[in-house]
Design a protein around this ligand. Sequence first.
Ligand SMILES: [Zn+2]
Length: 688
Amino acid sequence: MNALKAGRTALAWGLVLAALACGSFAWRYPTFFAGGFELLGVALSMALTAALLATVIGLIAPAPRLAAALGLAPLCAALAVAAIALERPVVTPTWLACAALAGAGVAIALSMLRVAAKPRFLAVATALVAATAAIAHARRPPPITAADERPKVFVFGLDAGTWTILDELMAADQLPALRRLREEGASGVLRSEVESASPRVWTTIATGKVPAKHGVVDFFCTQNQDLKSRRIWEILQARQSWSVGLFQWLVTWPPDPFDPFVVPAWMARGPETHPAGLTFIKQLEIAFQNGEFEQWRKDGDWPRLLTELRNWGTGYLAHGLRWKTAAAAAAQAYVALNDPRWELQYAAKRTLQLLLNGDVYLELYRRHQPDFSCFICYGTDNLAHKFWQYHYPDDFGMPHSEAAPYARLVTDYYRACDALLAEMLPLLSPSTTVAVVSDHGFTSVGEGGESHQRELRPKMSRIASELGMTESEVVWSSIATRGYFRPTTSAAGAAALSKQIIDWLDHCDAIGGAKVFLVDAKEDGQIEVAVNNAAAFERDTPIATPTGQRLFGDLVDIEDRTGNHSTEGIVILRGPAFRRGVRIEPARLADITPTLLHLHGLAVGADMDGWPIEEAFTEEFRASHEIERTPSWDDLVEVTRQDVGSGDDSAMRSYMNATGYISDDGDAPAADKLNQPTNQLPKRSPQE
Ligand SMILES: [Zn+2]
């Protein structure tokens, strides 16, 4: 009886403190409870916080064990209800277990309350929840007003988006937002180029030109500086004062100061964003990419892990994270950290990023409503490379039982993209054109008949720790199969660090003398590291390094990939000027920019390789809009490309020169190859 009383008191105090905590939280982060299920969110959060606090208070009560257990019961109940709320429509064994747990928890909590026999308690609890919900409701951001009649463009990118998957999922009614857009717009195949490397291809979409003209010629030209041509948003901004909000378009690093925002894509070589307040997004991405979580956990570096978690947490909370996303993200984080299968860990990490970034983007869009904006999803490509065979096991002669646990990894990610798109659509004004595009498609047997590839990537953080270098001296990043080190100390110090890095990498050899790494010091001070593909290494090949013998697998990530890019991507165009529900002839990557220019009354550059997708426009639009041409937008629009280097790097450059490390553009593809048209389709041309 004593313990019950203690438990009850603990619960009452827990509830009061929870109301204070949740109320001030709702005040501080107004978007957290917004976006539907407001009251449910408040009630669940309060129950969780109250039960948690009750457990803690119970522990210091006169009969600690029982009292704490009594607090714990409602905590379990609240967690179980949260889990059920997340998996709402699907009744799975987990769901049933959660329901049972919730029932038990609620029963125990109720019996405690009955012992109390005080309706006053219930009344106070209800009042506290209601008051907190009222605070959350009052602080919630105002709904968007669609009164803005300015024409706008929203580009939703699905890297490697492919009709094979879309058609299958749409038929099963699993992509409602994309299906709605297809039904309300003009859609078809967007034909990509052979050897479709994402940075090149996304730049072709943005410029309407082949790589030889836009300058992003190989997979590793990933910086703004590499660009030789104007992009659609640069033209719209210069000519019609459009505001520009870019979220993860490739080759936008270092970020241009477009307003309201530019968050570069995954190939960025640093965490910079515009405005700088969004850097936390890139920092989380880089931590994922470099496997820093695993490293911190392994090293037991909990202070570092907790500090980073707090930084990301406050960053996301201040920029639109909502409770339902936080709950879904927590479920993904649990899988990412605890599931023994790396496949599920990997997919969970990608989904986690999509969920968190989706909330930030929704809030940025709601707040600023940029005239030109984009959100690009890359997990559709990453997951396809890794898990395609599990969705199409027959194409790979794989038993279905082996494929089953991973069969939904690719399609689940597509569904998550669609869910984000579904939340985007209500934010768009009626005058907004939506363009859903991919850079290429995906298929079981891809380019050159290939369906298997092996990728080798240097483990950058491992190499840094072998060298005993910390992030205060050198930053590292990875782009697909290559890694980059960039010393951040003073110029003279940087030269010494560079020498140390290069020497170490140069002296990693297998028995027989085959070099493990190919090192290339770039003129801008970055050191590029690739794995020597010419040598036949296996995971357990012993490697002699200046810091002792290691295994090849210690220093290099080995990944076997299945399926490959195909030239058949996707395009959907929906807006006031586009026909509804029509299937258009295959268009080309380079047609997107001319289409958007024409849509907004601007001339098509005569130096562009694409042409407006005329049959996608309505009859009225075509009758009243003549396609105009101008020699080149490149001469009409001034741009300043941001420089990568910061500070004076002359000492480093002279060191690099002296040691012969500075590279010329050794492996740029031959010019004739780059001038090929982006595919075999006849070019759309001005009509006579
Ligand atoms: Zn790819």
